[in-house]
Every structure is written in C-alpha cells, then in structure tokens.
Design a protein around this ligand. Structure first.
Ligand code: AMP
Length: 369
C-alpha cells in the first residue's frame, strides 16, 4: 500500500510517495503547469506525476496507491481535522474559495484530477487552517463590528498548520513535558509563528489571510491598517493588494531580493539588506515574547522552514532579544544546525527541525484510513 501526497498550487504541483511506514519513496515538482495567460492544467500535471512514479519503478501498478492526501489551504471553521473528500466535502471546499481565492481553487483542481486518474484511491483533505481551530475566541476575533465575524467569516484562521503541528509533535518527542509551552516558528518564504500549549495551537501570527504577522519574502506582515486603506485609495484595491502581498517584506525593503540567502550574502556591503534582516529578526523575537503571555511562560522554541532550519545567524539574531526569558544559545551547535542548540542551563530549549509537511500529511492520511 502506498500513499501519495499532492500539493497543488496555482502554477506548480508538488508530490511525494510514501509507504505504510511513512518512508518517503520519491518526490517531484512540476513547474509552470499553465502556460502564461492560460488556465493551469492540473490533470496534465497529475498525469505527469503518475507517469514519473511508474517510470522510476516506485510502484508496480498505480493500484498500489490506496490513498491521496491533498494539502488544502483553507478549511474555514468547518474543518479542524483531516476529512475524506466526499461530494459534499468537495462542495464545501469550493465554497471556501471565497476565503482563499488564490489557494483553494488550485487545491480543488488537484483533487478533481486525482479523483479522475486514481478513481479507486481514497481522497483525503488536510487543511492548513485545521491546527489553529483550537484558538480561543479572544485570540481569533478581531476588534471589528462583531457582525463581520458572524456574517462574513472575518476572523483569524492562521495558516502553515500542518507545519506547526509537525514541529510540535517532534518537539514533544524530543523534550516531553519540556515542550508543554512551545512557540513554533515556521520561517521560510512565508513565515508564521504559533503558541502551542500542551500540543494545541492557542494563538498564531497569520490571520484572516497569510498577510498578517511577521514580515515575509514579499508580504508586509503587520502594518497600520490605515496604510492599506490609503494605498487602496491611491492605487486601487488590486494594486494595493499586490503591493502588500507581492512587493513588500524583504523584497520591498531591499528593492532587490525576497530571498534570505541573498540578503545574508550582501548584508556587509548593503545597508538595506542588513536593515531588512534586522527588521525580520526583531519582529519574530517580539512575537515570541508576546506568545509568552499567551502560554503563561515558555519552555521551548522550535524553528523550521528554509530560514528557520538553515540559518544559525538568523536564529542567533532572534534569540539575542530574549535573554530575559532565560534563552541561551550554544553558539557552536547553532552554527552547525544541531537539532537542540540551547546550552544545558538555558531555561528555554531551542530546536532547529527540518520541515516535513508532506510526511505529516501522509501520516494524517494513513491515520484517517
Ligand atoms: P521555504 O519557503 O521554507 O522554502 O524557505 C525559503 C527561504 O529560506 C528563502 O528566503 C531562502 O533564502 C531561505 N533559505 C534557504 N536556505 C537558507 C540558508 N542556508 N540560510 C538562510 N536562508 C535560507
């Protein structure tokens, strides 16, 4: 029996095949699945993925694939756990496109393609928002007219849930009770943090959309909402939206690159690169500190994502703001990306853990089966 994990985006499709023991058997990434200006062809991309799986000899027959786990970005308030995709679930995911107009439609296209090409396999949806459905009201309701929540669904949903869940499980395995009050930091092109108490998400930095929170590759993160109004008046809503989501963050600050590696390589010669790094680290540290109020203390911080798991420099810059919480970095271990990189006497355990959302999706798919 094999499990296929599908992450269908608007222009690309990622896939990974697992066996029952959750060992990865192989993966692939199909880019530019729609030619410029055309509707992306997810069916063709899934077909290509399945052909490649067969060509590589990962399965003798496609009938071995008993289940497909789909990453679905938005599950709204309806889904707090993985679910088998029945026709009515599919309709719900369709309805949720209004909350995630860029993400849910390609996810849905991936589901439809897999249903057609692997009709006997169980199709399971794993939602990015699900892990954050345990947030208390005080954490997810904005101080706006209450009807906006009730009638329009405007509230904090939070994203990267599968990654935060995976991180919290690994932290628990490594630290036991010493991970009861945990801040998980997914720092990549998109970045978010979560406050995780006894394994449950009780707050998170992304909000109604993934735009809220810390600065990211191209997203602004938190700003005075009056700036968005002003930009919208000046540029029109579409251009303002594009500016905040695609032209801000590290890219906006440097005017050159959204890629943290580029910023780190140029920080000594380029003041803007250093400033963007400083802003990023400062804001992440502030969120960690804010979550100590949510958690009533802090036992551990776990870092993941391209930046979080690879850059000792960034982790050290973040941790330098937190000595008053008892955070003490082991510099050599941090530089070497050692999993546990705090010194023994640190009151807070520090972890660097490679992200593996696909494995978590496969694990949840298997559990549901
Ligand atoms: P992700 O979205 O998780 O793939 O992460 C992408 C981000 O991670 C980009 O900003 C990369 O520059 C950054 N990244 C990847 N490797 C490193 C590294 N070794 N040091 C610093 N940043 C890195």
């Amino acid at each position: 029996m094999k499990i296929l994990v599908i992450n269908a985006g608007s222009s690309s499709l990622k896939y990974e095949l697992f066996n029952k023991k959750l060992d990865s058997l192989g993966d692939g990434y199909i880019e530019r699945i729609g030619q410029k200006g055309q509707i992306p062809n997810h069916e063709k991309a899934v077909k290509q993925a399945l052909e490649s799986i067969q060509e590589k000899g990962l399965v003798a027959s496609l009938a071995e694939i008993k289940a497909v786990g789909h990453r679905v970005v938005h599950g709204g308030e309806k889904y707090s756990a993985p679910v088998r995709i029945t026709p009515s679930v599919q309709k719900e995911i369709q309805k949720l496109c209004k909350l995630a107009p860029l993400h849910n439609p390609p996810n849905l296209a991936g589901i439809k393609a897999c249903k057609k090409l692997l009709p006997k396999a169980a199709q399971i949806a794993i939602f990015d928002t699900a892990f954050h459905q345990t947030l208390p009201q005080k954490a997810f309701i904005y101080a706006l007219p209450y009807d906006l929540y009730k009638k329009e669904g405007i509230r904090r949903y939070g994203f990267h849930g599968t990654s935060h869940l995976y991180l919290s499980k690994v932290a628990k395995k490594l630290l036991g009770k010493k991970a009861d009050r945990l801040v998980t930091c997914h720092l990549g092109n998109g970045s978010s943090l979560a406050a995780v108490k006894n394994g449950k998400s009780i707050d998170t930095t992304m909000g109604f959309t993934p735009l809220e929170g810390v600065p990211m590759g191209t997203r602004s993160g938190d700003i005075d909402p009056a700036i968005a109004v002003k930009l919208s008046q000046k540029l029109g809503p579409e251009k303002a939206d594009n500016l905040l989501n695609k032209q801000s963050g590290l890219l906006g600050l440097t005017g050159k690159s959204s890629d943290m590696r580029d910023l780190l390589a140029t920080r000594k010669s380029n003041k803007k690169s250093q400033l963007a790094i400083d802003i990023f680290c400062y804001k992440v540290a502030q969120k960690i500190a804010a979550f100590t109020a949510s958690l009533q203390g802090l036992d551990a911080i776990a870092f993941t994502g391209g930046i979080g798991e690879n850059s000792g420099y960034i982790r050290a810059q973040i941790c330098q703001y937190l000595p008053h919480l008892g955070v003490k970095v082991d510099a050599a271990k941090n530089r070497a990306n050692t999993t546990l990189f705090s010194v023994k006497e640190s009151k807070v355990s520090l972890l660097a853990i490679p992200a593996d959302e696909e494995k978590e999706i496969a694990s949840q798919t298997l559990k549901l089966l």
